[in-house]
Structures are given as C-alpha cells and as structure tokens.
Design a protein. Structure first.
Length: 331
C-alpha cells in the first residue's frame, strides 16, 4: 500500500539531516514573524505621518486667516437732569433687561409716587375696601393741602372706593388718599404700607402718610428708584387694575403729567404717576409697551420742576425706545 503521508515522515533518529531541517523551519518561522512585525510598524508609521500631514494642510491655513473684529457701536450716553432714574425692559417671556440706571439705590423723597403703595394696600385689603363701598369725606380728609381742583373734596361728600382710587391716581388727590386710609385708620394703614415695603424687600423706604406730602417736622416719605421699580413690577403682576386707574381721565387733563409725553409709533401707555414737593422735586413713573409687546418701566426722581420732570422723562422714554430697537436688531 502506498503511504500518502510519506513526505511528512519525521527524520530517522540520529539522521544528521533531521537537525538541519528543524533548524531551517525554525529560522523561517522566526524570520516570518520578524518581517511581519516590521511591516506593521512601517505601515502604522506611514499612516501616522500621513494623518499629521493632512491635518497640517487643513489647520495651518485657518490659523493664518485674519478675522475682522466688528467694533461694537456704543450707545449714546443719556444726559438726564434728575437725581435718580431707572429704566427696565420686560420681554413677553418675562426676561428682564436693564436699559438705564443712575443712583437707583440712593434714597430720596418720593412725593406722590407714595400713592402707588397706598393703592396697593387698598387692593390687598378687600375686607375694608370693596370697590363699591361708599366713603364719606371727613373734615380731616377735606383739609389736606396742595390738591388739584377736581381732587379737592368737600367734607360730607360721598365717593366709592373706586372713585377715590381714580381721583388719587390720576389727579393725585391728597384728600382722596387720606380718605381711603381713614377707612382702616391712618396709623394702621401707614403700618401696612411699611410692612408691604419690607415684604417686597425695599432697601430704604419709609412711609409716614398715604399721600407723600412733607410733615411739619420735616419728615417725608422716601424710597429709592430701585424700591419703586420693585413696587411697580409687583403692581403689574398682582394688581394691574392700579395701572388702569392711573390713566383713566376725568373731566380735564392734568398739567405736566404723563399725557404731556410723546410716545413713539407702536407704543401704548400702560400706566403712570407723577409727584412733586419742594424736597422731592419732580418725580415720575411711566409704564408703556412697544409694538412687540415688551413693557418698559421708567422711574425718575428729583427733577428740578414739574415741567422738567416731563422733559427728563421724555429723554428716558426716547432712550428706552432706541435701546429696545438696538436689542431687537441684535437678536
């Protein structure tokens, strides 16, 4: 029988050719492994070099590119003749943007801007102040001084709470403010005003009366523009009807007030309040919306005269509108 495996026969024992054959096979085996390893190292090195070359071709040109840096256009400075001012934009989503602020945390007399807090206390005590409740004007309420013609109330007259709110907020009637506070009691009412200020986190406000007139001993209601900003934001969120009362006119318009301001196309007036005493100077708060539905709250304290408060607030409104347009274009 033919042995098919004859070529694979092991060499005979003590055959000198067997040792050479084993050595030859072992040599080629080691040689093959060595060459394979060297080839792999060569390929890897070539690949790494190629990658570095390609990366350099891509990156180096971009590092040499000269990027042009666009200079930011500086907004014009606002030359405002007032002791303090604060302007804030609130977007339709509630996002806030400070437009302008100057001495916003300094404490100043606030005159009839006090009546914004008076209205807040009235709204938050419905057990005392149903809007259709009739209030009879007392001698003390009728005796409050420095009141407008339409807000100069007579003792014995009767008004609803809603009517007194309108007289107080639109015509800045000191008589109406006092009459409202008397319903609760003057001392308790002013205590509620101060308590609300503390609740809202006012930094330095203090209230002595519901209308903002200076006391005979020289004391005066005072707060910062920042405090008033917090108050107006709270009113807009919690009692927006106060804003409605403030722009609901009676038989005649007020002088040097919010209706003497010129609003831009697309603006709509939301609310406002004026104030003036010798110590406080001209004070004003105005809220308006632009065409995109964003609200602008503007607070100003310490203008020199009632006429000047309108001029300075007009500057602030124009600045706010310009800034609003710049912000919109930058989006």
């Amino acid at each position: 029988m033919v042995n098919r495996f004859h070529k694979y026969k092991l060499p005979k024992k003590n055959d000198p050719r067997g040792g050479r054959e084993i050595f030859r096979r072992l040599f080629f085996f080691v040689f093959g492994i060595t060459m394979s390893g060297a080839m792999c190292l060569t390929v890897n090195g070539a690949q790494f070099g190629l990658e570095n070359y390609m990366y350099a071709q891509i990156v180096e040109p971009t590092e040499e590119i000269k990027f042009v840096e666009v200079a930011k256009v500086a907004e014009p400075e606002l030359d405002l003749e007032a002791k303090a001012a604060y302007s804030l934009r609130i977007g339709v989503t509630g996002r806030e943007k400070v437009i302008y602020r100057e001495n916003e945390e300094s404490i100043y007399p606030i005159a009839s801007l006090t009546k914004l807090m008076t209205a807040t206390v009235v709204f938050e005590h419905p057990d005392y102040y149903a809007f259709d409740r009739q209030v009879v004007i007392s001698d003390m309420a009728a005796a409050q001084y420095d009141v407008p013609v339409f807000g100069n109330l007579m003792a014995g007259e009767s008004y609803t709470v809603g009517q007194l709110l309108n007289l107080m907020l639109f015509y800045s009637s000191n008589d109406a403010a006092w009459a409202l506070a008397e319903v609760m009691g003057i001392d308790q009412f002013t205590a509620e005003m101060n308590s609300k200020g503390q609740e809202l986190g006012f930094i330095g406000a203090e209230f002595y009366n519901p209308h903002g007139l200076d006391l005979e001993n020289g004391s005066t209601n005072h707060a910062s523009a920042s405090d008033l900003m917090v108050l107006v934001k709270y009113i807009i969120e919690s009692h927006p009807e106060i804003m409605d009362y403030s722009i609901k006119p009676g038989p005649y318009m007020t002088e040097n007030g919010i209706f003497d301001l010129n609003f831009w196309d697309g603006n709509s007036l939301v609310g406002g309040k004026t104030g003036f005493t010798e110590k406080a100077g001209g004070c004003m708060m105005v809220v308006f919306k632009d065409g995109a539905g964003r609200k602008y709250i503007n607070v100003m304290l310490g203008a020199t005269t009632p006429e000047s408060r309108v001029e300075q607030m007009q500057k602030l409104i124009n600045f706010a509108n310009n800034s609003g347009q710049s912000l919109a274009q930058g989006k």
